[in-house]
Design a protein around this ligand. Sequence first.
Ligand SMILES: [Zn+2]
Length: 183
Amino acid sequence: MKRPVEGVKTLVALRKRRPDRFSRLLICNEVIKAIEEHIRETGRHLCEEAAFLAGYVTFGSVGVVTTAILPYTYSSAGSCTLPLDVTAGCFKATKETGQVILAQVHSHPGRSWHSTIDDDWAVCDCPGFFSIVVPCYGRFGLNRLFAGGAAIYELTDGREWRRLPLKEIRNRFQLIPSSYAVV
Ligand SMILES: [Zn+2]
């Protein structure tokens, strides 16, 4: 029996190691909102931006995204890079809370697709990692994530980036509310 992550009280058993493939990714609404604002703000200056989705992994190979990581970046109209110490800081911050970085997000000036630079310079090279590309500097937000506006790629165990078809995105990605009003 694998032990759950120490120091984190939860109702579900967590695993420290990421699976080679996530069955599903559950994403808190607030995380999406924070990333949208971050990407749009830089997009107003006609520059690309990047962010990360961090969270926990259950034994059912479900990723639960609880946290938006908004790194400092060097951004331009057609590129976005992270200083090495910032990248290291992102991993350190998640490790301290028993989280893992489950996906990266970055914006493009135009259409959403994975360039060869995106293929080669992803922040994580583990199978099962997701890379989300948002079109038009994030002007339309991530609301269209499940409507085909953003492109989602998954790193396979053969280290190939596979673009997920819309039907699969709808089956494997789900937004969950960050709060409920109960009356
Ligand atoms: Zn790109």
